[in-house]
Design a protein around this ligand. Structure first.
Ligand SMILES: [Fe+2]
Length: 378
């Protein structure tokens, strides 16, 4: 027996206007420091049903720790919301999930949210995710990541009950996403599609979402980078990224994420940048056990980027986008990197991505991949 889980997805032009039809009385809108200064939270407030009230939690950091996420919890409990709305990238949506969980179950901590425990959420409120980037897939997933304050590591909560009730994919929400974030989040989405497709937990549903998601992203991303305000192309990448999110949320990620999380947590690099560095290396590493599946994905690449192997195609595309292809290019100093190599190995080896990656990787393989990822003469 297996499951495929997904939120109700509202997509396309004017998708945001759907909020007016929901029975929202009091909404907590969770967003980040950058978006707070833009008109985005205001747009969401204006889309709420007439007469509804809202409380904006708008100081979420890029890599929030538990304290940054939850210091508004008293105010939220006093407000007594019936909906939580995460508006932003992964950190805002993840924070909305965590606040929703802790509001519903004040008797539990974030460490109690595991997939096998019945949490009994939705006694008081429900959850909406409105992504303003096209990549993390958080709007579709049952995971939420927080940064541990003491260790340079991340903690992941996972429960099917923190999958949002609704994911709203409105191209207007990503139309002004800066080029750098557009690229980093698209690389993340491409990695989700590819890792979900070869995961040990892959299944016919996740396969379909990986293939179509990757096709949509690859078909429209170069156009978005050339013409960022093209709504149709933005919508394709936005939908494709969510499809890739649905794939990996239902099949899990792999080694590129295990390594990327370790690198990103230690050196504070954007998630998409780190997984993008490892993806071609991991595809090469996994190829002996899933080359046929990679070949199917490789056929989806536009001719301009397609090489003989998937790893080559990914490299061609990322290079054309100007993405860092090595840790060195991402700006991490050689001495600093190699001084912490064993910690990176240990951090990566604890990732769930290791269990679902199609080829086993022990500490020797992880060390080798991390060494090669630095670039030059490691
Ligand atoms: Fe990711």
């Amino acid at each position: 027996m297996w499951f495929f889980r997904a939120p109700t997805i509202i997509f396309g032009e004017e998708a945001l206007s759907y909020l007016a039809s929901l029975p929202i009385r009091k909404a907590v809108i969770v967003t980040d420091r950058h978006l707070r200064e833009t008109e985005t939270p205001q747009k969401v407030r204006q889309a709420l049903p007439e007469g509804s009230q809202s409380l904006v939690v708008g100081d979420i950091d890029d890599e929030p720790n538990l304290e940054q996420m939850t210091h508004h919890l008293d105010a939220i409990r006093t407000f007594e919301p019936d909906w939580f709305i995460g508006v932003g990238g992964g950190s805002s949506i993840d924070t909305a999930k965590i606040l929703f969980f802790l509001y519903e179950r004040p008797d539990l901590t974030v460490y109690d949210a595991t997939p096998l425990v019945n949490l009994g959420l939705r006694k008081k409120s429900r959850l909406i995710a409105i992504p303003t980037t096209s990549g993390t897939g958080s709007e579709c997933s049952w995971a939420a990541v927080l940064t541990e304050t003491t260790a340079k590591r991340k903690h992941e909560l996972a429960s099917p009950e923190i999958i949002p009730d609704y994911a709203v994919l409105d191209p207007d929400m990503v139309i002004s996403l800066p080029a750098e974030q557009t690229k980093n989040t698209a690389v993340d989405a491409i990695t989700h599609a590819i890792e979900g497709y070869v995961s040990n937990w892959r299944n016919p549903f996740s396969d379909a979402f990986s293939e179509k998601g990757l096709e949509l992203i690859l078909g429209s991303l170069p156009g978005v980078l050339a013409e960022p305000t093209n709504r149709k192309l933005r919508a394709n990448v936005h939908i494709g990224a969510s499809m890739a999110g649905l794939s990996f949320s239902n099949s899990q990620i792999g080694l590129a994420h295990a390594l990327g999380h370790a690198l990103g947590a230690r050196f504070k690099l954007p998630h998409g940048k780190t997984v993008g560095i490892f993806l071609p290396l991991v595809v090469e590493f996994n190829s002996p056990v899933c080359g046929d599946r990679y070949a199917r994905l490789n056929a989806l690449f536009p001719e301009a980027y397609r090489a003989e192997s998937l790893a080559g195609s990914v490299r061609n595309l990322f290079r054309a986008m100007g993405q860092a292809s090595t840790v060195s290019e991402a700006g991490v100093g050689r001495a600093e990197y190699f001084a912490g190599l064993e910690e990176l190995v240990s951090s990566a080896s604890e990732s769930t991505g290791l269990a679902t990656n199609p080829r086993d990787a022990g500490t020797t393989e992880l060390r080798e991949l991390l060494t090669r990822a630095y670039g030059g003469h490691g």
